[in-house]
Design a protein around this ligand. Structure first.
Ligand code: NAD
Length: 377
């Protein structure tokens, strides 16, 4: 098969969907891997690295005779319009913000898979791009906060005196939050965290951090959080007001899939925080957890620095690409194995295929996304 890997220029994203290491594995399987020129350069992979791995460099973007397109971001509309029918697109689709792509993918009779809809199960873990990328985002958020903070993180006992450990609060203990906790702990900070999911308490405590309990409040039992009641929000505010004044760094990651992120840090909470403390808001793309967050910008409010990155993975693109490419390869292997058993992908009874197969042969295959499309019309 002819596999195409695009340069992510339309999204100013430094990552690349296939690294030379994974390109080599595809070529060893007998596939032709076409890499758009300099697609990997900002992740530290040169054209030369890809050629050495057996890939070919494509100097002018062309979709003729392509079987599969891999990308880190959803394909831009003009690319989708250039695809031949039956071309397969494997990428995240970000449909909650680009539902119009569904119509286009269907009209062009493209077979598309949404990697961001992979079930959050143990079986699918090795293909889970949300987890691999969130994990690095959580790590990098702490490193960036430590860099901005005007003091050290670990307790230091020196002949000139003792420096107390910095305090880090993580709001939202999903994949990014748990990695932020682990990273802050490794750097010697005193870490606490909270989350609305019942399962999060044990996970937070297993990393040696303190779980902040909101007494007598409801919890979410499912894998994903839901929007909480106004009673919960009040209790959460009360609790936060009592702990925020001690914190040096706050990393916020609270999200609800397909919805706006909950605003947790309001104006009165920023007021009680230490001057020079740092908030890194990882939920800014979906609105942010802090009332003052501006996506992609750093703002200051009452002496507190509130940071949001346009794409924090652009600060760690080498490893982000390596993990993304491994997820892509795992998904490809899984898919080809399933198709060897049953070439009609639309009839395969498998939860991963059912969750990710979006469009096939001019039909919309994913019922949940069909509802989303109808609601937006
Ligand atoms: P996410 O990015 O959707 O949200 C981040 C965290 O914010 C979640 O833990 C969520 O509960 C929390 N949150 C939402 N609203 C909040 C609020 N008002 N206050 C405090 N916290 C709030 O989450 P994610 O990292 O994508 O993970 C989602 C779920 O999937 C988690 O339960 C995670 O354990 C699970 N997961 C499972 C697997 C697996 O089994 N293989 C892999 C990855 C993730």
């Amino acid at each position: 098969m002819n596999l195409l890997v695009l340069k992510e220029i339309d999204f100013l994203d430094y990552r690349v969907a296939v690294t030379p290491e994974i390109g080599k594995r595809f070529t060893e399987l007998g596939h032709l891997v076409l890499i758009e020129t300099e697609a990997g350069i900002r992740s530290g992979f040169s054209n030369h690295d890809y050629v050495s791995a057996g890939c070919e460099i494509m100097f002018n973007r062309c979709f003729t005779d392509i079987d599969i397109v891999f990308s880190v971001n959803p394909l831009p509309a003009d690319c989708i319009r250039s695809l031949a029918p039956s071309t397969v697109v494997i990428s995240p689709q970000d449909l909650f913000s680009r539902v119009e792509n569904l119509t286009l993918l269907t009209e062009m009779r493209v077979t598309s898979y949404a990697l961001d809809l992979i079930p959050r199960t143990t079986r699918a873990q090795y293909m889970d791009i949300l987890s691999s990328q969130a994990n690095l985002a959580g790590y990098k958020a702490v490193i960036e906060a430590a860099h901005l903070l005007n003091r050290a993180l670990p307790l230091m006992m020196t002949t000139a005196g003792t420096i107390p450990a910095a305090k880090v609060l993580v709001i939202g203990a999903g994949v990014a939050g748990l990695q932020a906790i682990a990273t802050a702990k490794r750097l010697g900070a005193i870490v606490s965290a909270f989350d609305v999911r019942a399962a999060a308490k044990e996970q937070v405590e297993s990393l040696g951090a303190k779980f902040i309990d909101i007494e007598n409040a409801e919890r979410t039992d499912g894998v994903y959080a839901k929007r909480m009641t106004s009673y919960y929000k009040k209790m959460q505010e009360k609790k936060l007001l009592s702990v925020l004044s001690h914190q040096d760094i706050i990393i916020t990651t609270a999200q609800i899939p397909g919805k706006k992120a909950p605003v947790i840090l309001e104006a009165e909470m920023i007021k009680v925080m230490k001057t020079d403390s740092i908030i890194i808001d990882l939920a800014s793309k979906s609105g942010g957890n802090c009332a003052f967050t501006k996506h992609g910008k750093t703002v200051e409010m009452d002496g507190v620095t509130i940071v949001s990155f346009d794409n924090i993975l652009n600060l760690i693109p080498h490893d982000a690409s390596r993990l993304f490419a491994k997820n892509i390869f795992a998904f490809f292997e899984f898919l080809t194995q399933k198709m060897e058993e049953n070439p009609d992908i639309s009839t395969i009874e498998d939860e991963i295929i059912k969750a990710t197969l979006l469009t096939y042969n001019g039909r919309l295959m994913n019922a949940q996304m069909g509802r989303l499309q109808r609601n937006q019309c």
